[in-house]
Design a protein around this ligand. Sequence first.
Ligand code: ACO
Length: 339
Amino acid sequence: MTTLRQHPWGVAVRGLGRGLPERVVTNRDLEAVLDTSDEWIRTRTGIAERRVAAPEQATSDLAVIAAKEALAAAGWTPQDLDLLVVATATPDMIFPSTACVVQAALGAYQAGACDISAACSGFVYALSSVAAQIRAGAARRALVIGAETLSKIVNWQDRSTAVLLGDGAGAVALERVEDGAGEGLLSVYLGADGRGGDLLKQPAGGSRLPASAETVAQGLHYLQMNGREVFKFAVQIMGDAAEEALRRAGLTFADVDLYVPHQANVRIIEASAKRFGLPMEKVWVNIDRYGNTSSASIPIALYEAHQAGRLHPGDVVLLVAFGGGLTWGAAVLRWGAGR
Ligand code: ACO
């Protein structure tokens, strides 16, 4: 297998963007409507507040905000794009894809556009797919967006899921560079185990259980999760995925300058950092402010780490995600000098 390190073309990050709804819902707000407490949510998950989209706000609206910021940071216009991919589990509608809605909103009419569905691992899957397109010569400049409005599929009466999730979007502008061994994406590793599909799902609204008065009455359009089983799976798979991605990059945990994990539960993040031998100073955590934003969590975290001056040229950045499917993915980046 030709590793990414040996490929003649590299894939570099040129810009980052973020899109968040304005409304902040705190744990205290949830205490008022659910049998829960700020103390339970903080100690079990690390979450203090989350963003919730307005009724008229769809996933593409947040994605467009993030996309425009990433384009501006890269110094590109929408017309510079060859490809636009949105990772989401909460598309505006089943089709057309959210990516096509975003493409039209940006006026990036020359760009190919599609969605990727891999739940919380969606951003890493999309990053991997777009990088492969770039390396295959199918695109030179692309946007990868992770965007979600999970508040729209959450049962706000179910305390076991409602307290965990939030809305948001993050975007990354990627460009082909001639030096494949230099900055940018050094390796990716993707995995899935479809046997675990029942642990995390939205049962109705697809071809198995099309929307009907009965499915709505039974609440089958809401997200369902077996939290305990997902927790156990996550702790194991984050370690395995990170090790494999680093091995493919020819690196070890000692080389990692910043670990940017999917933000699902601070206890999962801490357990994985401990296994990696990474001090928490090398881990980007923002779950306290956003909860779990699924495929948006890693690009939002990357954006904030960059804004905070935590990414320096040459830094090795480890991204690790897991989620419904079950799916998982890890990627290793070498941060570039930027434009
Ligand atoms: N407030 C108060 N009590 C609660 C709440 C709540 N919001 N939710 C659950 N509880 C109760 C439970 O009913 C249970 O009570 P019992 O012991 O009387 O039965 C008790 O708290 C403990 O519940 P557990 O499920 O054992 O709690 P745990 O420590 O496992 O934490 C959690 C639950 C936070 C869901 C955890 O399992 C977790 O984070 N799992 C992973 C979730 C995840 O990563 N999902 C990823 C993807 S989401 C996506 O793809 C969109």
